[in-house]
Design a protein around this ligand. Structure first.
Ligand SMILES: [Zn+2]
Length: 359
């Protein structure tokens, strides 16, 4: 009798052990399965936001000084370095992750980590021809890293004064902000070179200087591409569409092909200066002839009927982030960023300033 009870006890003990092991296995399998599902990218079926900025103002005292003849333009069309940094913080806090423009162009479904929202970012101009007025002089490579450079402030080399360098610093701190290694698209011109390098005949430097600048610029472009940045044409001359004749657009495309494409590579993406364009026009067909078929426009708009129905080209609208937008679009940009919170009060106009934008 005693032995029989002992055998039952051992069997019950063994059964309990098996149940505990099985429970542990199920629980851990269940949890790991769930954790896996949470990190697995899921298809995003909402609107993919696309925002853009120009080069940043880092020295607000200089940029917004009454003695600066372009201070009005800086105030309306640019963000300060402080604002851009704060903008990235807001975007991150609001669940946005950077995706590359190329992925959106492909037309493939966009997948992002569960709970995240995709965001495309582009930076326009970046010619740095406003010498010593509060912007940097050029983008450089220092110790193999993308840095900003100006001879007009100390330290001359930094990673906190321009969009690409601030973005890089931010991604170092928050790697998950860049999904799949995505970075921004740089929409560059030609009339004054690119990224601060006087690499075209219109820069009016000696031929030898131009050749040296091309070589330096190519190294910076290669490093940017390696990081994940892509390039778009913002047209060579940066002339507004409506004021251009067909022959001017022909010449513009030819100049881009000759002087900028060899530095940044071929691109399908054309970013209209000031967003001005007429998609259904013989002038726009010239861009298409030069193999541009992705057109970046400006505004909180899905496109005209013609643009949305187009099968030979894609028209993508972007939201500007600049002084004007921070003041005027506080409500419509609220899902992206609190524009009041990021507004730099060292600007010479208050946040409440609403006038004079459409003169
Ligand atoms: Zn521009």
């Amino acid at each position: 009798m005693y032995n029989i009870i002992g055998i039952y006890k051992r069997r019950i003990f063994a059964a309990v052990v098996i149940v505990i092991i099985a429970a542990c296995f199920i629980v851990s399998f269940g949890f790991s399965g769930k954790a896996h599902a949470d990190t697995e990218p899921v298809e995003y079926d909402g609107k993919v936001e696309h925002i853009f900025t120009h080069e940043l103002v880092f020295d607000t005292a200089k940029a917004f000084s009454p003695n600066n003849s372009v201070r009005d333009c800086f105030d309306k069309d640019h963000l300060t370095a402080k604002e851009f940094k704060a903008l990235l913080g807001e975007l991150y806090k609001n669940g946005y992750v950077l995706v590359s423009l190329d992925r959106v162009i492909d037309g493939e479904p966009i997948a992002v980590p569960r709970g995240k929202k995709p965001l495309v970012m582009s930076f326009d101009d970046m010619t740095y021809d406003t010498f010593n007025r509060g912007c940097i002089d050029k983008i450089i490579l220092s110790d193999g890293k993308i840095c900003d450079y100006t001879k007009n402030a100390e330290p001359q080399v930094s990673r906190e004064r321009e969009n690409v360098t601030i973005l890089e610093s931010f991604i170092e701190e928050h790697p998950d902000f860049s999904f799949g290694g995505a970075r921004a698209t740089l929409c560059v011109n030609g009339y004054n070179g690119i990224l601060g390098y006087r690499c075209t005949p219109d820069c009016k430097v000696s031929e030898q200087k131009q050749a040296e600048e091309i070589e330096e610029c190519k190294k910076v472009v290669a490093a940017l591409k390696e990081l994940g940045y892509t390039f778009a044409s913002h047209t060579y001359y940066h002339k507004y569409f409506n004021s251009c004749t067909a022959s001017m657009i022909e010449k513009d495309c030819a100049m881009w092909q000759k002087y900028i494409a060899p530095i940044v590579g071929e691109t399908r993406v054309l970013c209209y200066p000031a967003g001005e364009h007429k998609a259904k026009s013989a002038k726009n067909d010239i861009f298409k002839k030069y193999d541009f078929d992705i057109f970046l426009c400006v505004g909180n708009f899905a496109g005209t009927d013609y643009e949305r129905a187009a099968t030979d080209a894609k028209y993508m609208y972007r939201l500007p982030f600049d002084g004007t937008a921070l003041r005027l679009y506080q409500k419509s940009y609220a899902h992206l960023a609190d524009t009041r919170a990021i507004y730099d009060d060292t600007r010479f106009r208050p946040f409440s300033y609403k006038g004079g934008y459409y003169k």
